[in-house]
Design a protein around this ligand. Sequence first.
Ligand code: SIN
Length: 485
Amino acid sequence: MLAEDFIRQEAFINGCWVYSHDKKTFPVTNPATGVLLSEVACCDVKELAFAIKSAQAAQHLWSQKTAYERADTLLEIYYKLIERQDPLAKLLTQEQGKPLAEAKGEILFAASFFRWFAEEARRSYGEVIPTTKTDCRYITVKKPIGVCAAITPWNFPIGMLARKIAPALAAGCSIIVKPAEQTPLTALAFAQIIDDLKIMPGLVNIVTTDAETAPIIGEKLCVSPEIRLISFTGSTNVGKGLYRHSAENVKKLALELGGNAPFLVFEDADIPIAVQGLINSRFRNAGQTCVSANRIFVHQTIHDAFVETLVTAIKQQLKLGNGLEAGITMGPLIDQQAVEKVKSLVEDALQKGATLASDKKVFNSATGLFYPPIVLTGITPAMKIHDEEIFGPVISIIEFSNEEAVIAQANDTQSGLAAYAYTKDIKRISRLSDQLEYGMVGINYSALSTAEIPFGGVKESGLGREGGRQGLEEYQEIQYLCLGV
Ligand code: SIN
């Protein structure tokens, strides 16, 4: 099958392909070319009400399935994703912009959640707790939390969708997904898999909507008592809004919000390994990643050697362009707003004295939604880029000389998603683990994300964990059963 075969216009609710009641649509375009890919149904609260009703009915039936049956369904989805990886990757590149190899990696990443949670579904044990009385037994059982909703981002349109749908189904929940308006097509291609496998109607619903209607749908999800959990990946501001709206009916929220990852390179670091770790982290998805290395602290004694190695490696490894073309390793940013944000951070830094250490020709040559990979040195606290999440292909380097002070600087943010450090000193590694206030820490390694680990942050970076054993627990309630004997 071809990528084009998976392009849909309708939303997917109760196992049916549906337009919105007023036939309203919104355009989805390729960020690399500006070409229109499809007009997609702009659902509103009417379609959402239908999705909630369908998900409730499905949840009732699905929760009665055995763990074996649920695991089998997850494995069927896993194998279908593997079978369709090529056309899905092409579609993902077309609507999101990332290079084909990265898109393929994301499809496999998405598939891995179904495999992992198929296995976890069968190992979701309760407990028998030693009693203090002779006439009863204390038992805990894990139960599905109920109908869930997921609001997924444009940067990993299918990776994040899978990270939420797979544990929901494994736990015995149904789910309604509102994909980002920039990238609904991959989500609908996923729905095609659900349809082709004839999975229970209403179990997975994809409600597409435009940017204007998205907040209305988000608020409705929060205030609907039938929805017991909302899992959201996106900006901290939107996450806070969902949190506030959900207070009314004490809904559980799983939030994966913004990051501002420090990347510490100590004087004893292996420079080529640290440079490669930084390139992989910063330029994946053109820097549009929450766990991307954002504030790069380099020890003053190795600063110049590090920058030189980095600039050379960028020249050798990164080629900007349309992700469908051979040899391209970095695609465009998602939209004009994203480009403007990165531009303004870089202009502010340059005006305040930062130095452009990377190729000036490359810096001046990019057009459209393409922003070139660049390195800025001499970053100071007066510059906005010193503290803000960049979400673009810009490396901004801050020199340091003292471990204690740099750890304090690394922690000096309300974000707490991921941090990275490069050093060979085992005692320092232990101090870093103790002192870094982050949900995830990479030591001499920057590719953190897999299905098996608990992904998530502390402070304003979010609530809960996705993936791992813990990722299933988000979708479960514990019931304590006191059994008289
Ligand atoms: C994200 O940017 O939201 C997460 C990407 C990842 O799983 O690494």
